[in-house]
Design a protein around this ligand. Sequence first.
Ligand code: ALA
Length: 491
Amino acid sequence: MAFSRFMIKKSVLMIQRESGQGELKRTLTAANLISLGIGCIIGTGIFVMTGQAAAQFAGPAIVISFLLAGLCCAFAALCYGELASMLPVSGSAYSYAYASLGEFVAWFVGWLLLLEYGIAGSTVAVGWSGYLVSFLKDFHIIVPPELAAATGQKIILASGAAGTALFNLPAFLGISGVTILLVLGVKESATVNNVIVFIKLIVILLFIGFGLMYINPANWHPFIPANSGEYGHFGLSGIMRGAGYIFFAYVGFEAVSTAAQEARNPQRDVPIGIIGSLTVCTILYILVSLVLTGIVKYDTLNVPDPIAVAVDAIHLPWLAFTVKVGAICGLSSVMLVLMYGQTRIFYTMAKDGLLPPAFSKVHPTFRTPWINTILVGIISGVVAGMTPIDDLGDLVNLGTLMAFAIICFTVLYMRVKEPNLERPFKVPFPKVTPILGILSCGALISTLYATFINLIPYFLLGFAIYFGYGQRHSKLRAAESMEEILKAADV
Ligand code: ALA
């Protein structure tokens, strides 16, 4: 079979026509899209991973890690902005790849997005579990430590003895709850999203505002703790490793592009939504990490609920309570949005014939892709129960960074191949920005090399599914063959 068969593409016109078929109401404004972005972005990354990254990798210099990861996302965000304005369709990076680099790359991107959305859902569930367990403890409801951490993790048992965890039950139950809501068709409306974003922002602003008054500058010394001799364990390599880890905090900004079909003026507002939400979050992240490492010593922050621990240390119980409630509400909504995104990507892929039709089967009453949702829920729930948060975060980051690099490359490619397509939003410095995007994604990927090696079987499985199933059932190929048959018959 000719190589070009794997490069088979949807035409831009076809993609645009498909977007018209969705018949979704176009109601979202630029402000709604920024809020949607913030709703997806602020989650476990800032509430949990910041503290852990400061304690394990970068110390107070985690602030620099945030800047570096934010810069990498800014390049990718600009590229997403151009593609989203050119192809205002749902399906995100998968659809962009299908219209530009062809079916095989689109499949690979879809396979990477399972990490970005499905496994990110598991990661957020673990963060949610940490805050829930801590919240319940304040009311003297104790979740046994064996059932509140990943399988095999070392823990301290209720008796004070050392032990080993069995399963993170709250994380599993969190995903199960979200799965039930998604099967029933509960989708976060723009209004609910706005309320939750408001709660998250208030909690974060309260933390920054009150925390600023309790900063002890001695906690920032040394700002960059000396490297321990091991790669990624403080020093400059620790800052890079920290950036590769807290990159998770930015995952989700591109979800704005998946709402393109519901935007009033997608060409103008989707890029504003992506870049606006990213800017707001970067500023907040930098302030939170400065305050967090300023009020307590960074080495005390390797806990499941670091922000609450820091607030406890300054003896403001009402604020600790508010932070926990805010984190529990906020993380629930991030879980919902991520899992929703995952089910819709599988749905689109199944509609294209690249996954079995069961993935696009819609429930007669609830009108949701229920089989696909239950499957995603089982996988994400079990993974959340069995895997430590740092392993999960690294998996998500690697998958997402690879997808971002492909997006940056797509912009370059489309500029050459389709120079005349209308681009209402254009990447500034188009010869430089995408290349800087690819290089910065590459730099962060290099900090995750151990995870990359572990993922090789996952990539091979993806290729096996594509060659064993996807390429044989691709609707686009079938349509193309039909055209060839008709052409040959001169019909
Ligand atoms: N960026 C999102 C979070 O931090 C996924 O939870």
